[in-house]
Design a protein around this ligand. Structure first.
Ligand code: CP
Length: 309
């Protein structure tokens, strides 16, 4: 049993083993029923489309039964706390719980009280580890290597995805650039090779352009420079010209059409956005197996020995 609440919970070789297993499961005609007779609960205290549904799809494919907590119709409306709600669910003899919260650090805090594996499906501006795992899987699937140059563009300060992805790429030899308006980029950040407000400088020599939306739900002050944002940072056909021809476009979703990505590029041949969604199912299958101990992972000694069969 293993909680997966942030990327720090996983070593580089554990990330490799999840990528390998995800790509194996994607290729398998018959998905193994490794979670047969297990119960997986999704408890999302913040809205989600792709993370919640792909975890549910992943668990069902592996043979588990899925129970979804709907906070808006739960006894939380009568004053019960999130932790007491989770302890109540655990007492119903379930096997794993996937949690999304608005507050940073809540999944880690809850995991200290729960005996079943806790998987973080995104907490505030802190971490979104399974998004990073599906992103790394998508990058590897496209390039067949991990030492990639990735420019993350947009609202980085409010992004849990940027944090988890940067940390995961650093463990695998990737290199990350941050780019956005001053209001949205940190002054410094561990493992980031360049932080810039200049899109051309950021994307002129990268393998991946990773666009982020403005995360309005996490911004306290009003951001009224939207015109500047899409003039200088929108990824569109014209701005893509500044990137190498081979560079692909990724975005964790949900995206705001014609704000951070234009209609013309969002589902273009360079976009891997729907591949990310597809790979989310397989990566989350691998994560559920890892967290519950349902599958004995082979030990990958080093990145040089990494082979997908
Ligand atoms: N990328 C992501 O977390 O999307 P959802 O909010 O739809 O789950």
């Amino acid at each position: 049993m293993k909680h997966i609440v942030d990327i720090k919970d996983l070593s580089g070789t554990e990330i490799l083993s999840i990528v390998k297993r995800a790509l194996y499961l994607k290729k398998s005609r018959v998905v193994p029923r490794t979670l047969d007779r297990k119960y997986v609960v999704t408890a999302f205290f913040e809205p989600s489309t792709r993370t919640k549904l792909s975890f549910q799809r992943a668990a069902l494919s592996l043979g588990a039964k899925v129970i979804d907590l709907a906070p808006d119709t739960s006894s939380m409306l009568k004053g019960e706390t999130e932790l007491d709600t989770l302890l109540t669910i655990e007492a119903m003899d379930v096997d794993a719980i996937v949690i999304r919260t608005r507050r940073n650090g809540d999944p880690a805090k809850f995991s200290k009280h729960l005996q079943i594996p806790v998987i973080n499906a995104g907490d505030g501006t802190n971490e979104h580890p399974t998004q990073a795992l599906l992103d790394i899987t998508t990058m590897y699937e496209h390039y067949g290597k991990f030492n990639l140059r990735v420019a993350i563009v947009g609202d980085i300060n409010h992004s849990r995805v940027a944090r988890s992805l940067t940390e995961a790429l650093a463990k695998l030899g990737g290199s990350v650039i941050f780019c956005g308006p001053e209001e949205f980029i940190p002054k410094s950040f561990p493992d980031v090779s360049l932080i810039t407000t200049d899109l051309q400088e950021a994307i002129s020599n990268v393998d991946v352009i990773y666009a982020l939306r403005i995360q309005k739900e996490r911004i306290e002050e009003v951001y009224d420079n939207i015109e500047e944002f899409f003039k200088n940072y929108q990824i569109n056909e014209s701005n893509l010209e500044m990137a190498p021809k081979h560079a692909i476009l990724m975005h964790p979703g949900p995206f705001n059409r014609n704000v951070e990505v234009s209609d013309g590029v969002v589902y273009s041949s360079r976009s891997r956005i729907l591949d990310q969604v597809r790979n989310g199912v397989y990566s989350r299958m691998a994560v559920l197996e890892k967290a519950t101990g349902a599958y004995e992972y082979e030990s990958i000694q080093s990145i040089e020995k990494f082979v997908v069969i």
